[in-house]
Design a protein around this ligand. Sequence first.
Ligand code: MRU
Length: 353
Amino acid sequence: MKTYTTIEWEDGVVRMLDQRLLPDELVYREYRKPAEVAEAIRTMVIRGAPAIGAAAAYGLALAALGSSADTVDELRRELDQAGQVLRQARPTAVNLAWALERIERGLFASEPLSVEEARLYILEEAQAIAVEDVDTNRRMGLNGLSLVPDQARILHHCNTGALATVDYGTALGVIRTAHEHGKQVHVYVDETRPRLQGARLTTWELQQLGIPQTLIVDGASGYMMSKVGIDLCLVGCDRMAANGDTANKIGTFNLALAAHAHGVPFYVVLPLSTVDFTIQSGEEIPIEERPEEEITLVGDCRISPHGVQVANPAFDVTPARYITAIITERGVAYPPFAESLARLRQGQTHETR
Ligand code: MRU
């Protein structure tokens, strides 16, 4: 049974589960200023693209409610500043900018509002983003259901569950839906170096859901495909280009290559808000570089010699040609993705093979 909440708004305060302490401690933290929310996103108190989007939206609501602006222009300047700080927190997950833009666009496209009305609009829109996320995830779960055979052995990377979203999950949401519909599935969980989202978070979520699992190191996925037999891979996404190129947690590209070599279907699960239709290919996706200590230390223990050169890209880009299909809340997109994604964006809601 699930016993936690990733993020919620309560009486002018944003409450988040500190994911850095899981699975050992269940600690909730409260945030009252947008800069604090930005810091929580940067330091990965909260992580996962849709969860980051919801956090940013609530961060903007904190800016609006905490503002002493007398005019809408003044409020707008303060919101711009808060938005900039939030946008810089993590650059790859496009849901962050998407959520802020959705609020800003709606706010200034509508009838001129009073300062009080504008404040209320921002809070309501942030809450709508959070509520819609859960519904979107459940739809993705149902849309992916037919792609998961009974008895499926599924390889999953990073954490894409309730913790990475407001609730339910993206790729893990598809696994949950299959489980809820009585399919016997077994999940092979990539540990996901260096932050270990798989080993710490996905295993914890799957345990609570009663879904059978086996934890493996990232480098074991090719072996598992060749020796154990994997029926499909399910991963999430932090930003997809209009052609289907997919930025996701570092190691996703290696997994896609291994899947391709073994003829294993490779599915990406994402809400359409994660597709950045302004960019045509993965070349244009900014990739976040994180501190080298994430690699040279394990916990507090240094494992590499001082002075070693380190590269720590937090994400990689899987070219669209390695992706079998993309599961969204509006349906499943098949190659060529530039066309099928565009159709889903326009509102077509059935399978687009
Ligand atoms: O660095 P993280 O933990 O924020 O990365 C998370 C992922 O890469 C997920 O796969 C992604 O956000 C999509 S799942 C909701």
